[in-house]
Write a protein that binds this ligand. Structure first.
Ligand SMILES: *Cc1c(COP(=O)(O)O)cnc(C)c1O
Length: 393
């Protein structure tokens, strides 16, 4: 199926660039230049080199034998948890810092919720010796102290967003305001496949290294490039987009996206956008988002900060709309149990975001000769407090 973005940044009905007029020059500059810059051989060479020597790519494709036996499917894990800084997010920040340099931008801004994207951004800014300002909700700064200090150790300035609910959306607003006021010297690194065109497609392409490697590695191990299933968790959707990217047109490969159902989809404490959301505009693109009947964005909830987002990237809204991907949702409890199961059965403590993808195995049924790949988006070090608080292990 065709999942290509069109000229105007649409995936079917979703996408586009809904931005204040003040941001037009910034977005236009990016849109006009990013394809040529990222297609340039010198760019590709430097990107690949950094992914190899700094991030530690290719990440392994690991056959999880004990889980395979339990779920009756040949289950491979794509080990993004082994990337430098502990998750896939760095693939994107490396790409965007190289792009920023070629656009002549000497300063970087970003927004962060739990701090994972902030850390990945601060890391690449330190690598390149570039000034870095991270906007973070004041409440999130209290809740995510270690990541705030990580960013500071890396030399970034962390600015508290004191407006509204003092969380991610307020940090995003402040970052946008900053960008409007500093259009010529600053690049804004968005952390998922969200935001106005061209961000969703640009971020997906940087993350598509994940499925490019999967194809090569599966060919080596199984003599074919395509599994029967690719499974990934979805917050904004960047790790899923990266894991799906080179399989979009392979219709025999079933794409499985897993969202966070929090305390349950009908409790008012969920973040399962495709179950609860309606079309609308969020952070510069038309997509599915959780909203009240009169269009106010509703507060999402998930135990995992990375999935606690009221929307999804437009490409995922399109995958849902067309049926190209199957969407599941998983509660906090189910995810935590799956995280403990992966720890006990394979010796890998996953990020709680990632644990949601594993919990979906219980809702699926397989033939024994089938192959499934789960994108293991991140490691659980950052979530130790949450595991301890949950306590049931
Ligand atoms: C941030 C994060 C996610 C969610 O973001 P996506 O853009 O949906 O990938 C998932 N897993 C981990 C480990 C994360 O850090």
């Amino acid at each position: 199926m065709n999942v290509k973005v069109d000229e105007r940044g649409y995936y079917g009905k979703f996408g586009g660039a809904f931005i204040p007029e003040m941001l037009y020059p910034n977005i236009e500059e990016l849109r006009e230049n990013y394809e040529a810059i990222t297609a340039d051989e010198a760019f590709k060479t430097q990107f690949d080199q950094l992914l190899k020597d700094f991030v530690g790519r290719p990440t392994p494709l690991y056959l999880a034998e004990r889980l395979s036996e339990k779920y009756g499917v040949k289950l491979y894990l794509k080990r993004e948890d082994l990337c430098h800084t502990g998750a896939h997010k760095i693939n994107n920040t490396i790409g965007q810092i190289l792009l920023a340099q070629r656009l002549g931008k000497q300063k970087i801004i970003a927004e962060t919720g739990a701090g994972q994207h902030g850390v990945a951004t601060a890391t690449v800014c330190a690598l390149m010796g570039v000034e870095c300002i991270i906007y973070m909700g004041a409440l999130d700064m209290e809740r995510q102290r270690p990541n705030v200090e990580r960013m500071r150790i890396l030399g970034a300035e962390v600015r508290a967003a004191e407006s509204g609910s003092k969380t991610l959306k307020d940090a995003t607003n402040e970052a946008m305001r900053h960008w409007i006021n500093h259009p010529t010297d600053t690049h804004y690194i968005i952390g998922s496949v969200v935001g106005p065109h061209p961000y969703p497609e640009m971020v997906a392409r940087f993350q598509s290294v994940i499925s490019a490697e999967m194809k090569e590695q599966l060919l080596e191990k199984e003599g074919k490039t395509n599994p029967d299933y690719v499974i990934a968790c979805v917050g904004g959707g960047s790790n899923a987009a990266g894991a799906f990217y080179h399989y979009y047109e392979e219709n025999a490969v079933q794409l499985v996206a897993v969202e966070a159902a929090g305390l349950g989809n009908h409790t008012g404490k969920s973040a399962a956008t495709t179950t609860l959301g309606k079309p609308g505009v969020l952070h510069g693109s038309k997509t599915l988002l959780m909203q009240t009947p009169d269009g106010q964005v509703t507060e999402p909830y998930s135990i995992s900060a990375g999935l606690d987002y009221p929307g999804i990237g437009p490409v995922h809204a399109h995958l849902h709309d067309t049926g190209r991907a199957t969407f599941y949702s998983v509660t906090d409890e189910e995810a935590m149990k799956a995280g403990i199961e992966l720890s006990r059965m394979e010796g890998i403590i996953p990020a709680i975001e990632t644990a949601h993808a594993f919990a979906a195995l219980k809702q699926m049924s397989f033939q024994p000769e089938q192959i499934a790949i789960i994108n293991l988006s991140g490691r659980g070090d950052k979530d130790l407090e949450t595991y301890i608080k949950w306590g049931k292990y």
